[in-house]
Write a protein of this length. Structure first.
Length: 394
């Protein structure tokens, strides 16, 4: 039987960070000029630069039709107003651990922002000092919400902060995306932090999808709410490192893209209380080429709706909900870091029936979303740019 060691070996840690972050570490390298036009099966596309000069941008969301928020991994929250990146970052945002894969990750605007003004952030939070017996301070993904007043982050409330004794000293696999379903629940994902077996342990927060109310309280029907020892916010488990979550605009289903090891990236329909198998089952191998597990199936563990082998380094996920690309309505947009792509997926009966790349080779795609104008916005780590895809008018 294979060993499911709880901690990645040093060579695996080095490999995973290199695999995911090479381009980010070399973001100053000269890249070819962005293309101006693209052609997909259904449309010819124009490509416009929406914002540039960013430092490792991670996520984008919109306050309204003319204002966007963009996170930069080192810890800055930037605004774009009427197509112009504002020179000054939002002041007083939370301190982040900008190390390895950690930093300021997702930003999400409350569906009722016009009434309540709430904005949500996900970031890597580090302890002030090391826990007993550990060689450096632990870190974990943290979720907060706040408001922006006069370009200053205010009224901050902590929605999720794991027990500090459960923080991990690794510096990778934080997740994290934030989405809201039609009922108003907030979902976010925490990667297993390189501690593989933690993903199977519902007494620990990492390696899970979580569901909370928007004020941080726990929904009464969460699947493990009555388990005395479980983390009450857990919605699913056995998840390796989810960096894309999207809600189906009609069905309200929760879909997630998950980084596999070397090979085996996954698209999963996330259901309450389900076990998605990491690290017991996988379609990938270890980064050093050794066998991770001999199993791809196990009773009681979910199969992915789609897996990519080789890995495309999935990241950023959204359903297209605009009106500019009518043929793409309710299709899934998937970003890929390694392959520098945006893929478009048709899904029927929980299975992918068609997949095509609509963007290639323009940079590592960290996020993708439908804008309020119906355009598709793509966040490129390298170069630090956000581009905008529009249908080309004949």
């Amino acid at each position: 039987m294979p060993s499911y060691g709880a901690v990645l070996k040093d060579n695996e840690i080095n490999a995973v960070i290199k695999y995911v972050n090479d381009a980010e570490k070399n973001s100053g390298a000269v890249k070819p000029a962005l293309v101006k036009e693209l052609e997909a099966l259904d449309y010819k596309l124009n490509v416009e630069t929406y914002a540039e000069g960013l430092e490792i941008p991670w996520a984008i969301d919109f306050l309204d039709a003319t204002t966007a928020l963009i996170t930069e991994k080192p810890g800055r929250l930037r605004t774009v107003v009427k197509g112009k990146l504002q020179p000054e970052a939002v002041k007083n945002t939370p301190a982040v651990l900008n190390e390895g894969q950690g930093g300021l990750m997702d930003v999400a605007v409350d569906p009722n922002y016009n009434e309540n003004g709430w904005i949500y952030l996900a970031f890597s939070h580090v302890l002030e000092k090391a826990n007993k017996g550990e060689d450096r301070p632990g870190a974990m993904t943290k979720i907060v919400r706040g408001k922006i007043v006069n370009n200053t982050w205010t009224n901050e409330e902590t929605l999720f902060e794991a027990p500090h004794e459960m923080y991990r000293t690794t510096r990778h696999h934080y997740g994290c995306r934030i989405v809201f379903d039609p009922a108003g629940y907030l979902y976010f994902a925490i990667g297993e932090r390189g501690m593989k077996d933690d993903a199977q342990d519902i007494t620990r927060p990492n390696g899970k999808v979580h569901r909370i109310n928007k004020d941080g309280s726990i929904p009464a029907d969460n699947p493990f709410v009555n388990n005395v020892n479980a983390i009450k916010s857990i919605y699913s488990y056995g998840n390796r490192n989810i960096q894309g979550i999207a809600i189906h605009p009609e069905a309200g289903e929760v879909w997630a893209t998950e980084h596999g090891p070397f090979g085996g990236d996954e698209l999963n329909l996330i259901k309450a209380g389900k076990n998605y198998g990491w690290p017991v089952i996988s379609y990938g191998i270890n980064y050093d080429g050794s066998i991770l597990t001999e199993f791809t199936h196990k009773p009681g563990m979910e199969q992915p709706s789609l897996y990519w082998r080789p890995s495309i380094a999935v990241c950023g996920l959204d359903y297209y909900t605009g009106d500019l690309f009518k043929k793409w309505k309710n299709k899934l947009l998937v970003g890929a870091l390694k392959y520098e792509e945006v893929r478009l997926l048709d899904i029927e009966n929980e299975r992918v029936t068609h997949e095509e790349a609509i963007l290639k080779g323009q940079g590592r795609v960290r996020d993708v979303c439908t804008g309020p104008d119906g355009a598709i916005y793509v966040v490129l780590n390298d170069p630090g740019t956000v581009i905008k895809l529009l249908p080309k008018l004949d």
